[in-house]
Design a protein around this ligand. Sequence first.
Ligand SMILES: O=C(O)CCC(=O)C(=O)O
Ligand SMILES: [Fe+2]
Length: 273
Amino acid sequence: MANMLVSSWAKNVDTIPENYVMPPDKRPGELVSVGSNIPVIDLAKSSNHAGLVQEILKASQEFGLFQPVFPIQEHRQPWLDKPARYRELVETYSAEMRTLSTRILELIGEGLGLEEAYFGKELSERQALVVNHYPPCPDPSSAMGSPPHCDPNLITFLQQKIYGLQIFKDGQWVGVHPLPYAFVVIIGYQLQIISNNKLVAGDHRAVTNSESGRTSIGTFVAPAGDCIVEPTKALVNGGNPALFQAFKYQEFLDDFVAKKDSQKTLEAFKINC
Ligand SMILES: O=C(O)CCC(=O)C(=O)O
Ligand SMILES: [Fe+2]
């Protein structure tokens, strides 16, 4: 059992096992710079609420990703690295993430001109915590930590201490700098669909490095399985016809798991004009 965990043997390898070597066209390549223009948004700027909403909306339209910073984390970093109190920590962490996601979803809803609680009910009913661990890799340019994809859910909150996350923007991969007191917010496909393509899902991947292992903590907020998702009526009219059909979220998720290619799943739910 212990040997099945990559982390138990990966420390001792000096070449990548063959099944981890990616075909040349799927490799991360060498030259990816850390982006200096990825939006970092200060949530404490409550004196300029309208400005904050606009900043979040613009980032969600242009990048599908942003990094909110908020002061509470300067005092308490909720990093889950103490297994002894893991259960308790996960409970507290999940509750805090719920508060943060509610806040961000309210700001996005406001920016889209929707009622305050629009995303607060069935559309955000599910919340899952996923901890990814990437061991150090002898040859990071030939292997991939997490292949390129968009998240199928509504919105994702990611915490990373070590660099590894990259976003595809303007035809190239850009590294997302791990800021110590910021989360990374990634717009998921359900927000793209509900906004009728006004917001874009962030296309991202994770690379490895040879010096150290990397752990990322993801909080995935998603609709209930039987929740009907469709472009919101508020953003659909004669000039802006609905670009996606209505579906049950579980149908979208099943297609995503079956196809293993997030873009193909999005295509399958488009209305063919
Ligand atoms: O580990 C990361 O930085 C990205 C993980 C990810 O994209 C995912 O779990 O969906
Ligand atoms: Fe992801």
